[in-house]
Design a protein. Structure first.
Lengths: 427, 509
């Protein structure tokens, strides 16, 4: 229990957001008299926020690399429009249009990356320019009108669900199956991590606490899956989202390029002098954001079943807010993909919950604004609180503790480290 | 009879879990220069923060008497109002603003909120004259060298009618000329009744100008030495600081030197922006296996520029000349190419170029050799911890764990982390730029030992240092650099401080 308490204590930043999300969910669950967690509403919550969450994944990486991207809303609208035109006017097969538009998004991102990384113009300016530029081009491409009549498989990206398999059980079998699979993967990863820790003689949670953790993890996944399965199962966009979270979480935590993004965000000069190709990293980060913006744009068009010149307005602000609520630092170098997703859900549940209880849209804005400020303020306060003593005071603490305590400390701080979010664990 | 101007009585300051100051008593007399010495982390800066109100009254125990009255400062403004001004090691000037604007920042000469710049500039000229700085007060501070910026800081202090001036490592970033000027200025101010407290690692300077020395060790005031009583030399001070005698400030070492491993010939580097300005002029430098080569030069001689132009052209433009490494001519176009070739460069500025201060120890150590930890596409984090723990033990990095943030380490331990980072890349040639700057004596000794160990492993080491005794004690061969040219090459035997200095100040005809 002691180590569990310690792990929780050192992990306020990580768990803080999860607890905040849970609190909001419980509050609205009570307030809406159970409507919030109804299967239909859960499904809506996921599909309504999917495009913002996709953007938030790219945005948090951009923010970690100490940049910003204000153009994502306009780029999403533009690529969505181009996709719609390609499929309706030129009868292009939907999957070729999707791939072309992802490439188009990447090219737009590369355009930003070129100016940011190789010319040295602040990303704020470059993407502000693109925000106007691509909003204009969207109007040009669509001729100011809404273009509908999109192919069905394309629309499924926004509205579709996984197909049903097997006998009619009243529940969605494939979704349940995926849930079981995911639980198994999570359990496997946790067990492997524990075994590896033991092999290196790092301290691990005692067996009973470890089991409790596993049961909780599986329970959360299965309750979620069970709720979705009661309606129409996992939306296709949900699957896209989980895959993206897995891939990008993995890249940011476990690969060299991910480390390099964190290092240029933390201290670009030190990174340069350590051999990090900072321009290349900046370029890739911006390019990737462009590609994800294109994906978000197509998902949005698919969901609306039409490309609209007004699509994507203010998306950038929601994505940026999600990243910051999820613990990213304005100065760069800090943040996680999972954090940004949680941040996005905090905003999403607030939106959804407030609509359900009938709070008017104008007041919703006011409340969301305050929540953003409070979330970041909490983070700043928490950082100050944990930075005990600091400066010269902490310097005097130079005698290393005995080995046993040391190992405990390592394991505890490992999990507490702001970016040590296990890629699979929190999905 | 000397009168006490400042008395700090039984000051105790605790941070959660740490006692930074324990029952420290400090007495400073009127119009004296009082030096405070101690290893990094001993509590010097904390004591000064207590004095200047950064840590407000109530957050510490004990009493402070200034000019006979007990004072209880709530913040810096109150202590400045009383005439106590602190000049920090990292200068607090705003580069884009002019000298005059900086001097009067926060203390503007205004009537009803409107600044009279004529009046301000006029006063600035007077103040600059007092510190011996002949500059137009409208000059932006960014155009001044670090030495002159230091003088602007002092002029700023004088503008506040300073009675007690506190200087934290005032000469750490200055070359000898500028340091001497600054010390003479302090002496001059002393003659006009200004009392100074000076925190410094440069013991020869303390010996030169201080009247009394208080030594702080592990948060306690160990002793106060009165220089006028005599019998205080550097070794005496060092003994007080580290609590032990350092017979020899350099570890004993017998070099074993092999053949030439690295050489640049006719190395010429132009200024990165001003392509017509020669920064390095046909320099020839070589390093043999197992050899420690020193580069001596004053600020602006081009030492760091030379090192960085070698390290993957991270400085300069239109670089000409040849570079030979292990018998082969090589062309390094980027820092990563230099690292791959087996060159490491430890930057002069640890905090802004050497470390990512929000990182922890293990991530810092792995940052330059990350590809060595890659399995498939994954960074092996277990291996990373193991590597970091190995270095923590080898290098004696004092930290609770390898997960501790580097920002909280003392200078010496930070430097060991940076050294570990480069050793992890397993370089053939290490270029160490001011490896012991801002590091206390005990840690210096350890770092000297590490440098010698690196050389004994057959690596070549280039040490750039402003401290001549350091070069003389450590290096097998020393190049002197002046205005971008190598003016002479010394072997250890025929070098001494005077001859080095002579060739460091050789000017072009």
């Amino acid at each position: 229990m002691e180590s569990l308490r310690k792990a929780l204590q050192g992990n306020v930043r990580q768990y803080g957001m999860v607890i905040a999300l849970a609190t909001i969910v419980i509050l609205f669950q009570i307030w809406t008299e159970g409507v919030l967690l109804r299967p239909l509403n859960m499904t809506n919550l996921m599909t309504q926020n999917s495009y913002i969450l996709i953007l938030a994944i790219g945005m948090v990486i951009v923010i970690i690399a100490r940049h910003i991207d204000l153009s994502v809303g306009s780029v999403a609208a533009f690529t969505g429009a181009v996709a719609a035109i390609l499929m309706t006017r030129y009868d292009m097969p939907w999957f070729i249009a999707v791939i072309l538009c992802l490439a188009l998004g990447a090219a737009i991102g590369a355009w930003h990356g070129f100016w940011v990384a190789y010319v040295g113009i602040p990303a704020f300016i470059v993407t502000l320019s693109s925000m106007l530029l691509f909003r204009g081009l969207t109007l040009v491409v669509l001729d100011g009108a809404t273009v509908g009549g999109l192919p069905e498989p394309f629309e499924a990206m926004g509205n579709g669900f996984l197909p049903e398999l097997g006998p009619d059980t009243g529940l969605h079998n494939l979704t349940l199956l995926l849930g079981l699979l995911m639980s198994a993967v999570l359990v496997y990863l946790e067990v492997r991590k524990r075994a590896s820790s033991l092999r290196y003689n790092f301290e691990v949670l005692p067996m009973p606490a470890f089991l409790v953790k596993l049961v909780l993890l599986v329970a959360v996944v299965m309750v979620f899956v069970f709720l979705l399965a009661q309606y129409r199962g996992l939306p296709i966009v949900g699957l896209i989202l989980f895959v993206l979270i897995g891939i990008y979480g993995f890249i940011m935590q476990r690969t060299v390029i991910g480390r390099h993004v964190y290092s240029i965000g933390g201290n670009v000069d030190a990174a340069t002098m350590s051999g990090v190709k900072t321009r290349k990293v900046d370029f890739l980060v911006m390019t990737n954001m462009g590609m994800l913006a294109a994906l978000a744009g197509m998902v949005f068009a698919a969901r609306l079943t039409a490309a609209n010149p007004k699509a994507g307005v203010n998306f950038e602000l929601d994505a940026i807010a999600a990243a910051f609520i999820g613990g990213a630092a304005v100065t760069g170098g800090v943040g996680t993909v999972v954090g940004a997703i949680i941040g996005g859900f905090v905003m999403g549940v607030l939106n959804n919950g407030m609509s359900l209880v009938g709070i008017e849209v104008d007041w919703q804005q006011v409340i969301k604004g305050l929540v953003l400020l409070l979330a970041v303020a909490f983070d700043v306060w928490n950082k100050k609180r944990t930075a005990v003593g600091g400066g010269a005071g902490a310097d005097t603490r130079e005698t290393p503790p005995p080995p046993d305590d040391l190992l405990a400390e390592i394991e505890h701080e490992r999990s507490a480290s702001t970016r040590a979010a296990p890629t699979g664990g929190k999905v | 009879m000397k009168q006490p101007m400042l008395e700090m009585r039984s000051i105790t300051k605790e941070f959660p879990g740490v006692k930074a100051l324990a029952d420290v008593t400090l007495t400073v007399h009127r119009a004296e220069i009082h030096a405070i010495c101690g290893e990094n982390g001993a509590g010097k800066s904390t004591l000064m923060k207590v004095l200047s109100g950064v840590y407000p009254h109530g957050s510490y125990e004990g009493q402070i008497f200034f000019e006979g009255q007990e004072v209880r400062f709530r913040d810096i403004r109150q202590s400045e109002a009383a005439g106590i001004v602190i000049i920090h090691q990292e200068l607090a000037l705003i580069p884009e603003l002019s000298i005059a604007e900086n001097i009067f920042l926060g203390n503007e000469t205004a009537t009803r909120g409107i600044i009279s710049w004529d009046k301000a500039n006029h006063r600035a000229i007077e103040l600059l004259a007092r510190v011996g700085l002949m500059e137009n007060p409208l000059t932006p501070v960014k155009h001044l060298g670090i030495g002159k910026q230091q003088l602007v800081e002092i002029a700023k202090a004088l503008s506040k009618d300073v009675r007690l001036l506190i200087l934290d490592e005032p000469t750490a970033a200055l070359n000898d000329d500028n340091s001497q000027h600054l010390l003479a200025l302090l002496k001059g101010l002393q003659g006009k009744g200004v009392t100074s407290i000076m925190i410094s690692h440069k013991l020869n300077e303390i010996e030169q100008i201080a009247d009394e020395i208080t030594i702080i060790r592990d948060g306690r005031a160990i002793e106060t030495l009165d220089i006028s009583q005599g019998a205080v030399d550097e070794d005496r001070i060092i003994r007080g600081m580290v609590g032990r005698d350092l017979e020899n400030r350099f570890p004993h070492h017998t070099p074993s030197i092999g053949e030439v491993m690295f050489e640049v010939r006719d190395w010429t580097v132009m200024h990165p922006q001003d392509h017509g300005r020669t920064v390095i002029d046909s320099a020839n430098v070589s390093v043999r296996k197992g050899e420690i080569v020193g580069i001596a030069g004053l600020m602006g001689a081009g030492r760091t520029e030379l090192a960085r132009s070698i390290f993957g052209r991270s400085y300069g433009s239109r670089i000409e000349g040849t570079m030979t490494f292990n018998g082969k001519e090589i062309h390094l176009k980027s820092v990563s190419a230099a690292i791959d070739a087996g060159i490491a460069y430890l930057t002069e500025d640890r905090k802004s170029l050497g470390l990512n201060l929000i990182d922890d120890i293990k991530t810092s150590i792995s940052s330059a050799g990350l590809h060595k930890l890659v399995k498939g596409v994954i960074v092996d984090e277990r291996q990373e911890v193991t590597v970091a723990q190995g270095f923590r033990k080898d290098m004696n990095i004092k930290a609770p764990s390898v997960e501790a943030g580097v920002a909280k380490l003392s200078g010496g331990n930070q430097q060991k982390v940076v050294l570990s980072k480069w050793m992890f890349t397993d370089p053939q040639l290490l270029i160490l730029d001011e490896p012991t700057r801002g590091i206390d004596v005990g840690a210096k000794f350890e770092i000297y030992g590490i440098i010698q160990r690196l050389a004994d492993q057959g690596r070549g080491v280039i040490v750039i240092s402003s401290e001549l005794p350091e070069l003389l004690g450590l290096c097998d061969r020393i190049y002197t650099l002046a205005e971008g040219r190598v003016t002479r090459e010394f072997t250890r035997e025929d070098a001494d401080q005077e001859s080095l200095m002579r060739y460091m100040t050789t000017h072009k005809r």
